[in-house]
Design a protein around this ligand. Structure first.
Ligand SMILES: *Cc1c(COP(=O)(O)O)cnc(C)c1O
Length: 316
């Protein structure tokens, strides 16, 4: 299992690559929520999401161990992060993307000089392809969340939260495969177990909610939630036990609630964030915790919104 020590090591390892991101606040938002909110702004992170933290921790170690070629399977933020760090460290990377990849994300990966391979439309098709390429060219496959170095890297968000908001009552974290919340919860709970760590999932992608309730990893079918970073079908083998140990609760938000939060943060706070990053603000705005006058940290996990699709989102 990943420990606070691993996360402190990750912090040192990646400090020359990642930004310490700011905590944004809004009196209007606080008034709306009846709580004091702190938005941990990973949409302002390098590559536009927290994914660079885990990816750089993992890839730096791989290069130390002699790797000269890496692969990843991703339609989005993990692919951009892996492409960025490979380019920075001067090694070759291949990112396997879906045939219907969004142009803005493909352009970002290409700008970081990674090779792009198109494969199918689902992660079930992409994953084996990326693993096969790694094997064929004696490289290393970089997983998106189920890996101790990735989890430790994401945990550095938790270290910064504990330094920036000394007396937080709650930390809200979006949950996809569970790498981000596993890292954050480990850091937070091993520094101060009194701080409550709460996961947030869309109602349409409640795989971890169901899994935690049943006490066993449970799969859901394909989902269409607008929070495309949270569309995982089940929690990871490595992340699930960490979530069972450290996550206090998990709450669900509707598609409409996500849109309302996204709109508020964009219009009032002037921040470009993506739907996956808005779920924590949605949980606070619609008071899913049922609390008042508490200090709540909302992790905004990313800002890689497809701007061409935004208008359609709000008109729906
Ligand atoms: C990947 C991602 C998530 C989910 O992270 P997991 O480690 O898979 O739980 C949340 N938000 C954004 C923006 C992401 O890119």
């Amino acid at each position: 299992m990943v420990t606070l020590k691993d996360i402190l090591k990750a912090k040192e390892n990646i400090s020359d690559v990642v930004h310490q991101t700011p905590m944004l606040t809004s009196e209007q938002l606080d008034e709306k929520c009846g709580n004091k909110l702190f938005l941990k702004s990973e949409h302002l992170q390098k590559t536009g999401s927290f994914k660079i933290r885990g990816a750089s921790n993992k890839v730096k170690q791989a290069v130390k161990d002699g790797a000269t070629y890496i692969t990843a399977a991703s339609s989005g933020n993990h692919g951009q992060a892996v492409a960025y760090i490979a380019n920075k460290l001067g090694i070759q990377a291949t990112i396997v993307v879906p045939e219907d990849v969004i142009a803005s994300k493909e352009n970002a990966i290409a700008a970081y000089k990674s090779e792009i391979v198109y494969c199918g439309r689902t992660s079930a098709e992409r994953l084996p392809k990326a693993k096969e390429l790694a094997k064929k060219r004696e490289g290393l496959f970089i997983p998106p969340y189920d890996d101790p170095l990735i989890i430790a890297g994401q945990g550095t968000v938790g270290l910064e939260i504990m330094e920036q908001v000394k007396d937080a009552d709650f930390v809200l974290v979006p949950v996809g495969g569970g790498g981000l919340i596993s890292g954050i919860a480990t850091a937070v709970k091993e520094i101060n177990p009194k701080v409550q760590v709460i996961g947030v999932e869309p109602e349409l992608a409640d795989d971890t909610y169901q899994s935690l309730k049943k006490g066993t990893i449970t799969s859901i079918g394909p989902t269409t939630t607008i929070a495309d970073g949270l569309r995982s079908s089940q929690p990871g083998d490595m992340t699930f036990p960490i979530m069972q140990k450290y996550v206090d609760d998990l709450v669900l938000v509707s598609e409409q609630e996500i849109k309302t939060a996204l709109f508020f943060v964009m219009e009032r706070m002037k921040q470009v964030i993506e739907p996956s990053g808005a779920v924590t603000v949605a949980a606070a705005m619609f008071n899913k915790l049922d609390v008042q006058n508490k200090r709540i940290v909302c992790v905004i996990s990313g800002g890689n919104a497809d701007l061409r699709k935004l208008q359609g989102l709000f008109l729906e």
